[in-house]
Ligand binder design. Sequence first.
Ligand code: SIN
Length: 288
Amino acid sequence: MAALATAGLEPRTDGALAGMEDVSEGGALRAELLTGQTGVRITGVAVDDMTDAQIEAVRRLVSTYCVAVFPEQFVTPQQHVAFVRRFHPITFTPGEDRHVDWPDVHVIARPGNDLPPINGFHTDTCFVERPPSYTSLAAVELPPTGGDTVFANLYIAYEGLSPVMQRWLSGLRFKHVVTGTKRPEEVPNPVWHPALRTNPVTGRKALYVTLPMRCIEAEGMTQREGKNLIAFLYEHAQNIYAMYRHRWQPGDLVMWDNRCTLHAGVYDHGDAPRTLYRVMCEGERPFE
Ligand code: SIN
């Protein structure tokens, strides 16, 4: 792992990631970039069969490239929960319903006629003191077309700001409030989080902004200033240069790092059912 950390995980010309040879112990873990900078596809070892070193490699890959796709896993809910638990203890969004048989599982089964779109880009459960670090989704039932999930890279969003704006955001905090849960009264809020967030795995800084209805105020600024600033940053973060769009396939398991990633389900699948199981694990209190 030391070699991995120092080698970084730079793309090679053959599409593989330099550094992977250092983490393939116990089997051939392979990773390929899915776009220029966002998203990796990890193959070679089943998620329920990874060594501790491979889990650490996966942690680094997800936190470096924001989102990882593990194709053809077909995990059971128990295997899914056991995999995510290897990264951190499991957590759950307060105010949401738990699966009746697997209480660590949240069932995502949204209607597929989302007009006008209501599910904008967001980072999961930002309205708690310690938002989840990683979220994972496993495909259960997929529509024939549509129902993709799109991811945006918040490291690139930060790095795309001018040095003046980066300095200005440094030390600033945003107020986060709960929306979109079934029982918002169960969620203690608001909380204040830094506008810039350092990912403890990579040491890289990311913009930490989410849906303007959840991220509603900038500390020390007027309502109008804060709202305009947040609206600008939120729009800035949605740059196609920094995105990966996942088209779900049966058996897929997808995992992302909420500390450096926005995501949005595209609920355009009409009447066709689409069910994903979501499992998340704990994160730290955000810090700049
Ligand atoms: C979510 O928005 O948290 C779920 C994403 C999805 O349904 O693809």
